[in-house]
Design a protein around this ligand. Structure first.
Ligand SMILES: O=C(O)CCC(=O)C(=O)O
Ligand SMILES: [Fe+2]
Length: 275
């Protein structure tokens, strides 16, 4: 039986990185306060109440998914900016570019009777053209409810980042990200994982926040999920993280779409918009 490594919030950065490099997944315990947990549950509840369940095996016939979390859930912003996670992004993604950005946000509520999601690598969203030596992303799944093997804790195959593409795990090679509310699973885009089967009568609620290199296309279009009017209300730090910033010297610049004869910013950093 394989297992994941559990670290405390006070763990040293180099220790967390060493586990990520070995297993491509790690759990950090106790990062959220009761106040944050209560707030995020309240913020998500009305969206989860009205959203439909998935319509295919991958999204899950008994699973509800709600995105655009930066715009909709103020507490999700705190999760996105969490120091332990962002240090892990700097350390893990640093060798693959000169920065990273928010990639994807989603509350995932796995309902009773849900079957196990197919194991997959999240880097599949870009197809197969990016060589494995480039780590495309670092992702988090925050436990908002308790995560148990019985209620749908994420399945993870530690070490599978270096397996051949088509190798499937034996049952004893699959670990389950069992967590108390407030803990977080941090994992790479290259490790096999998937939502778990829910054999209980309760829902399992996780908040997924993923980060990618600043030179790759974001999975969730942040400019539509969090348009300029909303971005204006955020801190410059969060705006930069979601993509209202330049990746490297010029990637992501903007020119003001003014009319003929009008003068405005050219080749400007998006932050200029908010000054
Ligand atoms: O909800 C989970 O535990 C994992 C979901 C997942 O991996 C996905 O939808 O890509
Ligand atoms: Fe996934």
């Amino acid at each position: 039986m394989t297992d994941l490594t559990y670290l405390q919030a006070s763990a040293r950065r180099e220790d967390l990185l060493a586990v990520l490099e070995r297993d491509a997944a790690v759990i950090v315990e106790g990062l959220l306060s009761q106040t944050q947990l209560t707030a995020i549950k309240q913020e998500l509840a009305p969206y989860l109440a009205t959203t439909s369940t998935g319509r295919n095996d991958f999204s899950g016939y008994a699973t509800k998914r709600v995105g655009a979390l930066i715009a909709r859930s103020p507490t999700s912003r705190e999760l996105a900016l969490n120091d332990v996670v962002n240090h892990a992004c700097v350390d893990f993604l640093g060798p693959h570019g000169d920065g990273y950005q928010l990639h994807f946000t989603q509350a995932v509520s796995i309902g009773p009777g849900e079957t196990a999601q197919q194991l997959h690598r999240d880097r599949g969203v870009w197809g197969g053209a990016i060589p494995r030596r480039i780590e495309t992303q670092l992702s988090t799944i925050w436990a908002i409810s308790e995560f148990t093997k019985e209620n749908g804790a994420t399945q993870v195959v530690p070490g599978s980042q270096s397996w051949e593409k088509d190798r499937r795990p034996q049952p004893d090679e699959i670990a389950y990200a069992e967590m108390e509310p407030g803990s977080v699973l941090i994992y790479s885009g290259t490790v096999l994982h998937g939502g778990g089967e829910n054999q209980t009568d309760d829902r399992r609620l996780g908040v997924l926040i993923h980060y990618t290199l600043n030179w790759l296309r974001q999975e969730e279009n942040q400019y539509l999920s969090c348009p300029v009017e909303v971005a204006r209300t955020l801190t410059p730090e969060l705006r930069a993280l979601i993509g209202y910033s330049q990746g490297g010297p010029v990637l992501g610049f903007y020119s003001a779409p003014l009319g003929p004869g009008e003068n405005g910013p050219e080749l400007a950093d998006p932050e200029t918009l908010f000054r």
